[in-house]
Design a binder for this molecule. Sequence first.
Ligand SMILES: [Zn+2]
Length: 287
Amino acid sequence: MTLAPGLLAVFAHPDDEAFGVAGVLARAVEAGARVTVVCATRGEVGEISDLALASAETLGAVREGELRAACRELGVEEVYFLGYRDSGMAGTPENDDPRCLHRADPDEVVARLVRLVRELRPHVVITFEPGGGYGHPDHVAVSRHTTVAFDLAGDPRALAEAGPPHRPARLYYTAIPRGLLRELAERARAAGLEVGPFRDQDLDRLGVPDREITAAVDVSPWLDKKRRALAAHATQVGPNDPLHLLPDEWRDRLLGREHFVLARGEGGEAARDDLLAGLGNSDPARQ
Ligand SMILES: [Zn+2]
């Protein structure tokens, strides 16, 4: 009997999963893995691409539906929301809302994540790199809390009330290589394109230095599913989204490869392009 590999992805807002890991999630589902997406907030505070789709009051509910629809495109059936409120960008008044993730008691968030890890018993956990991609306070918080939860979940002395200990084999951080971002920005400038994310950003701080990237997964076979998952986040990805302004070839290059940093566990050569490599094989002791 073969134990299906398990993969748990923990992010902050609906659509965080779509850009950086949708291909890996679709691939894992096809490989027979049990894939679960946990989203800490409903993204209540972001900009709305098309006001016909949602209002400030309905945005959280609409984005919950969008994440569920995006996950259906990828074949992911298990989606959990932790129910914190979107903290908004750093320095905005939403940071002070007592319901937001930024204000949540870290011990409480960690305990909930430990409980999920011990219930689901995944082999691999994926979250943001510690900088959260571009420093969004919710991304940074989710990365920190998930990392602590990863370490505590396998510790039998920690949080006994959260279930029997389970240590997943690997923790991966999603990452965009700095070199790739810089190249795209230079090509965009040379082509006279005003591509949003590159315009105001300090390219020496955005993304992760290339030498720190430990896995690059070719997800081009799952690109159609990934595109449909991205499109499901209609309140975030409007017709003026920078992704639509990029020439097709660049966009496919950006979406067709997903990059990671192995933060915990042993990967080996095979795990450089398959996050589940060598995991979830027949192991009667764990049935
Ligand atoms: Zn986000």
